[in-house]
Design a protein around this ligand. Sequence first.
Ligand code: GDP
Length: 383
Amino acid sequence: MEFIHQNLYWIVPLALALGFLAAAFIWKRLPPPEVSSPGQEIPPPEQPDAETVPAVPAPAAPPALPPSPATEPEPSAPEREEPATPDYDGGLKRTRGIFARLRSILAGQPAIGPSTWDDLEELLITADIGVKTTEALISQVRAKKPKDPDAVRQELRVAILKILETVEHADPVQTGLKPRVVMIAGVNGVGKTTTIGKIAHHYRKAGLSLMLGAADTFRAAAVDQLDVWCQRTGAEIVRGRENADPSGVAYESVEQAKKRGMDVLIVDTAGRLHTATNLMEELKKVKRVIGKAMEGAPHEVWLVVDGTTGQNAISQVREFHQALALTGLIVTKLDGTSKGGALISIVNEFRLPVRYIGVGERLADLTPFDPGRFVSEIFREGE
Ligand code: GDP
């Protein structure tokens, strides 16, 4: 007892320390505390990122991308809410409005004469068909010598369809190439990012494996948006650092798509540069570099144009076609315009296929362009 009293100064701290260690030992062996509370989900364990983002260029250590989903991935909740088909009807309602006026304009004419052609010309120009194509259409209709308003309308319909059918519009998806490389161009704001998401959705629904090369490295927000589309559609993405060399990203995406045996690679490109470099020169370079990574690529070069901008869209087609030798177009926002006629003059002037049209903002609102259907929609009566 005396010994304890004399040595209290070290026995007490030792006992406390031993007690603390024992408590810590027991605590570690207890089960973890429940963190959920009513209405609050327990977060799942952290998963590795679905898309590996390689630093571009990274030829020495190519990133390990996740395996390609063999089947259509389970759609995310918002996608499940989306209808599967585009709203073609609603989408072309406004353009239809212009052509619906045709009947009332013609009905007011006592006989077919010079004023008929003046009124028709005005109507077609209002629908943004453009002077050149309007003149071509009117001369074709006049040549048929229609006797009454119904015949004028019918001949106009035939003449428009004839223009649109001079070109094979269908997207030649299955060509046995792995990957089939589609380069997409378009100035900012035309709906390029949304359209790429819609195409990804369309191709994935067709059971094709798809990779996206996000070579518009100047718009971080647009790249993030593409990332989201990829997650939603089960496509893969190769993206570079912000402001990275677009050609480097394009090259790397072709390499990755080849390595991964992708059916399709879509390469997004810049619509505006933040440097002094000329946009067309930069895009030509991207195209050349894609060709270096894979002989014969890109197999398609599509320009996205905004259907509401009418004759502006025509000058964009001219400029991009000159630089890139386009193989197709996608005309967006046809739901938001009464000027869907620009599409007719684009086909008339450039003889370029319209691969797809955009008729709304949802993923499903993209549809292959079908001239017969387009013409019947815009000439449909009663609405
Ligand atoms: P980007 O700058 O060319 O990439 O354009 P975005 O893809 O960001 O689209 C610009 C805006 O146009 C967005 O609000 C889109 O939702 C909208 N948009 C794109 N395509 C269509 C379409 O077919 N119809 C309608 N109504 N809006 C569209």
